[in-house]
Design a protein around this ligand. Sequence first.
Ligand code: F6R
Length: 606
Amino acid sequence: MCGIVAYIGDKPALPVLIQGLRRLEYRGYDSAGVALLNGDSIERVRSVGKIDFLTDKVKTRPPAGTLGIAHTRWATHGGVTEENAHPHVALDGKLAVVHNGIIENYRELKEQLAGVNFVSQTDTEVLAHLIGRHYHGDLRSAVQQALAHVRGTYGLVVMHADHPDQLVAARLGSPLVIGIGEGEHYLASDATPILPYTKKVVFLEDGEVADVSRAALETFNLKDETVAKHVEEIDWDQTQAEKQGYPHFMLKEIFDQPTVFQDAVRGRYDLTEGTGRLGGINLTEEEMRRINRVVFIACGTASYAAMIGKYAFERLVGIPAEVDVASEFRYRDPVVDDRTLVFAISQSGETADTLAAVREAKRKGAFVRGIVNVVGSTIARETDGGTYIHAGPELAVASTKAYTNMVAIMLLYALQFGRLRRVSIATGQRLLSALREIPEKMKAILAQSDEIRSMAEEYIRHRDMLFLGRGINYPVALEGSLKLKEISYIHAEAYPGGEMKHGPIALLSPDFPVMAIMTRNQLYDKMRSNIEEVRARGARVILIATVGDDRAREISDRIVYVPETMELLEPLLNTIPLQLFAYHAAVALGKDVDRPRNLAKSVTVE
Ligand code: F6R
């Protein structure tokens, strides 16, 4: 998400920090800042916008010093303002912190920090003051003690004006790399800013704290026991480093899914009560019970994620739910009223049609809430509440990890509403327990990437492909076909399995293969019959089936096995092989995977 750079050595720190921020700008880009130790005080400069704005600001009076920390922000808490930009300070500006990740219990911690005058809305400022509270002359110990009270994720670096030869870094869930130079150290949230200076690095692991001086690097756990670290040599070039070794952003983002899924759901459910806990809905329980219809508005991939929301609301809440493509909704004179809840779903938060649909729904008196990735985006600001999906910057044009996180948030919303109506505590708990198992199950699918590549390579000679799914897997088929066509330019379409015999079956032939999702759920037998129909026409079949379903192999030419989960959660898993299939097909065809022709990441025009 955000990017951290820090330096301690004998060179002027500012150019190292600014260069480093530029190299990290791909991670987050809404504001940036630096803090340097100049004599016995910390000088801090921050700016909203690109790194260029920060460089303009430091040009006239560049902060001096050979020790400093820097940050480029991608907002998670609080809007995009200079006050919210990092570094954050405590102890009257003597202690400065940069932080990536999310402190889940920052509200509770804030309440405990009585007497502190907070100047930002960020969780990081709370963390800075918490470390300040524990500081009694020993910086490392203050960080360790403070972190013992923190719930959430962090990669952080701390400096203190009274410690001119010390930086303290810590990691839990948010990466930190330390580069080792001659009498100097570089710290960063990935290796990109470090590569021009040294290839020797140490990767901090979760729960580790690094105490870094010019001459030495020591690592500890939170109990202050020494941890021995292995120094590694990395040989990535610059672009590889930005992609953390992946050849394309799309593949990196597909592989990000287990991690960012956890970022989406963490702290947003209550296992004891078996319910979702999304405060952003901004409705009282009474208002939630009064809602008698839900309308999802979105475009493209977000609209397919929305279809899963529709199934979830119908099943768990028992009220009518529908999905409207935003470009249609805005001109259709939609029927909504003050008992309708409209969810606008968007990765960028800037899609012109979705925004226009938001305005239309508000005009008609509906409750309008956002499910958005980019913090502070227009849709996030114009909706009267909602939830950020915390997928981090999505740089490949084809959406992958944002889709998964949108689905996760809609499932939690459906559960939260459902628990006020017909879902029992036991059902809620079962769903949440299954949700917690998703990241490991995603990893089991990602581990089959090479196998899926060989399938894709075998199928790219076809010019057309049909995707089939039923029930909750119909939107998965739609998403799989969109992924394939938009990056590989293979023509693909998706149909509900039962609809095939009403027309598309005419297309089938040995040259027109079918990708079908036939996982074990209530429609398994129906789907199986549809696949038999496909095979009777001589078409080749790739199946997505449940682990252990050996009979599925008999009716497929190629098969990908996915772990079993509750039916409502299946799209969180079943979409991943389709993302990988599209990715590998596009690579094998030599297409520009991250920037497919004619497409833009953020469609801000109608
Ligand atoms: C497909 C894709 C697009 C977007 C659509 C909506 O991979 O990325 O279909 O999903 O343009 O964009 P957002 O979610 O930014 O509103």
